[in-house]
Design a protein around this ligand. Structure first.
Ligand code: ZZB
Length: 260
């Protein structure tokens, strides 16, 4: 599974996370949340970034100036992919729970939201997949759309500011069947009421992947008007060239997975 890992630089820490990492990261160093995505062409539409509230994350040293927030498992994998300075070596300088990070403001590369996006909680984040950090694109990911709707509805319960979950959802890709906001369309069509409707969400995800990849046309960004199939590797390459992203491969898993 070949992912694009994206570097979301922390602009302002949530207080609890700040307390956990303070004095463990040198002053002036940059810390990045690093989600893994299969859909680099949708990065314009990022409106927040999810962590599992109960997941334990490490803060790993890439250099004196750069630190990554990811799971231990992802750090171990990255250590064999030339992402850290020494082969097989990864230095953890701090640990922080996902819930402590909620509210942190990060810069999301390519996102229309230049002011930054917030770290928000998502119960369904798997600690065993990708980096355990998931960037949210509610225009094109049904899971993300269902989750932000729920977060906005129950903001107080989740201990977040409602407006953190209400950033504008801008059309990125249009398809003949679902219009220019695929995820909201499918969530409505399949009558998905909450992130707990996992069976329908799985179906919506499959439909969104297929239609988006084979029929999608970009309606935003440098490759506006081009087919998704064609634009996808180009957007990815831009992120790699700008050092805002890097390739991250997931070791073989037992389940059969689709190719990215
Ligand atoms: C941004 C994005 C935009 C994604 C989209 C999807 C879609 P899959 O599809 O199951 O093989 N993801 C990554 N890591 C995790 C994790 N640890 N827990 C839960 N979800 C995770 O998985 C790949 C996608 O699942 C990734 O690509 C990521 O969300 C999420 F418009 O990144 B994606 C129709 C899907 N659209």
């Amino acid at each position: 599974q070949e992912y694009t890992a994206l570097k979301l630089k922390v602009k302002e820490w949530a207080p609890e996370a700040e307390a956990a990492i303070k004095e463990k990261v040198p002053e002036g160093a940059d810390v990045f949340f690093v989600p893994a995505t299969l859909r680099p062409e949708t990065m314009y539409g990022q409106t927040c970034c999810f962590v599992g509230p109960k997941i334990k994350y490490g803060v790993f040293k890439v250099s004196e100036k750069e630190f990554f927030v990811i799971t231990d498992r992802a750090a171990r994998n990255m250590a064999y992919q030339g992402i850290f300075p020494g082969n097989g070596v990864y230095e953890k300088v701090a640990e922080v729970l996902g819930s402590a990070c909620v509210g942190t403001l990060v810069n999301a590369p390519l996102s229309v939201h230049k002011e930054g996006v917030r770290i928000l909680p998502m119960e369904s984040v798997l600690p065993t997949k990708g980096t355990g950090v998931v960037t949210s694109v509610p225009s094109d990911s049904p899971d993300d759309y269902a989750t932000i709707m729920d977060l906005a509805k129950k903001a107080e319960y989740y201990g977040i500011k409602k407006e953190w979950a209400e950033l504008e959802i801008v059309p990125i890709i249009k398809t003949p069947s679902y219009g220019d906001l695929t995820a909201p369309f499918l969530v409505k069509k399949l009558k998905i009421a909450s992130p707990k409707d996992t069976k329908q969400l799985e179906e919506a995800k499959e439909l969104a992947y297929k239609e988006g990849f084979y029929q999608g046309i970009m309606v935003y960004g440098d490759f506006k008007g081009e087919k998704v199939e064609v634009a996808k590797p180009k957007v990815r390459q831009q992120l790699l060239d700008a050092k805002e992203g890097f390739a991250y491969a997931e070791p073989e898993r037992k389940v059969v997975s689709r190719s990215g």
